[in-house]
Design a protein around this ligand. Sequence first.
Ligand code: TTP
Length: 560
Amino acid sequence: MPPLQRGALPPVVGFIDMDCFYVAVERARDPRLLGKPCAVVQYPTGQRGRPDLRPEDDRWRTGGPMGGIIAVSYEARARGVTRQMSGAEAKKVCPEVILVQVPTAFGKADLQIYKDAGDAVVDLLASRCDATEKRSVDEVAIDITGAAEHLLASRAAAELGAAASAATHLADSALSVDAAKVTRSSARQGHDKQQSRDTSELADGWEEVLRRAASDPVAWRLIAGAVVVKELRQQVESTLGFTCSGGVATNKVLAKLGCGLHKPNQQTLLLPHAAPVLLKDLPLDRLPGLGGDFGQAVKSRFGVQSAGELLQVPRPDVLKQFPQRGEWLLALAAGDDSAAEAVKDRQLVKSLSNGKTFFGEKRLRSLEEVDYWLGELTGELHRRYLQQVEKHQRTPSTLQVSLTLDQKEHLTRQQPIQLGSQGTPEQILQTAKACARRAGAVSGVISLGLSLSNMIPLEASSASLSKFFGRKSEGAASKEKGEKPQEKAKAKPKEANLLGACFARAAAAQRASSDQQKAPEVDEGVLAELPLNIQQEILRELGQEPKLKKLRCDVVEIDA
Ligand code: TTP
């Protein structure tokens, strides 16, 4: 095995894509679905007023109104069922298919069970990865450089080579190259070459790869990465019951591409020398960022279809036609690491939002209707807010309502909200209604959104506020009354009406200060850490002009 020189080498990047994910989640809940052709269907629209279908209810559908199919088991795919068919069409091509409807809550599809399952996968992967980046509900890019290096240091090369080759397709095998030739939409629907498990052609390929890797540290690290991905996939299956497909490469674009070549429950290694072979006939729309209008523009401008063809276009022509993105485009088509960003470690969500559209006859015509739907949106948002409190000890401090009217006018109204750790749906709804009223007379609403943002840590928010209002003077006041400061803190209900308490103390401080002709103590450092809306309210309450220039520039509209 060649010596390792960490830092000079590219990272080892994996990509995990769960197999027929919503079906897998339903199967984990109901083993009767295992091994059977089945599919998950959307809920039928126009269900207002109907009772919700909770995850634990019987959600199998045999007839009646049904939404389109959104996830298909591989057994049903083999019998001709595809995504986007209606439930009735699926029954026609495969009468034995079992159709499971997504749960509903508050009058709309409730995807929580799938989101929770996706989060559980990320949590599990995170335990062994340097970084885990959630790319969608069921896709995760992972930086596994550390885990791969650990394996290289702790296991014999022969053992690693055997483990990797037994479980991994090579991206330049004939089967892989064929699987790469299909378009984006065929790749998404699944096709024979993608699903084939024929690894007979791999023996020769692997022998050559292992021989060459003896003098190639990049390849060795990736081979070790393939073993890490294999073990992670096994762990996901044994712990959570879901199978997944995997890819390994030096960047997340190539790792994802590799991952999509062989599914379900398979994995593919894309070594640097394989990239040009694989990309040569790869339809351009399979590359990230080229599936839409920009990709179309590139194809028609140069009359090319594949990444290989694009690389034949003289470089100056590409740069002239696309001065901004030309370099990136060429790097992407060549599979160069510079075209992909590093795997970003998971970030906490910046906001929680929930929305609904009302097209045609369904558009909302009165404030009462808007209020009704705000109520419906509130329930789910409240549940997700409580999750943030429980999982991440964070609470939102701004609520926003957004409305699109049928003249395409878009209105947003924001307002501070203090939910602390025990906010109620009623608090959210009342604040949302107040925002909607500030939007003026609303009719012809075609989309309604509700979001909670400006997340602040629960601990930090209360700590910052108490620091802001002067811990010293509070401690001194307690001492005068003979109380220990800790006892006083214990007696306080946690986070009860944070801002209200804050204002009461501010007012007291202000009264005291006017008695003594002295301004209350303001810790500007602490103030600056608070969300802008809270900073402004605090300063107003203290009778000081908000010092907007000094503050962070979150855009928050303060209710007058
Ligand atoms: P995908 O990863 O696109 O597909 P999949 O996991 O069902 O199947 P595969 O094994 O081929 O990867 O989507 C993940 C989930 O997202 C899918 O199970 C259902 C949901 N989904 C929708 O709700 N609507 C859609 O249009 C798509 C594409 C997916």
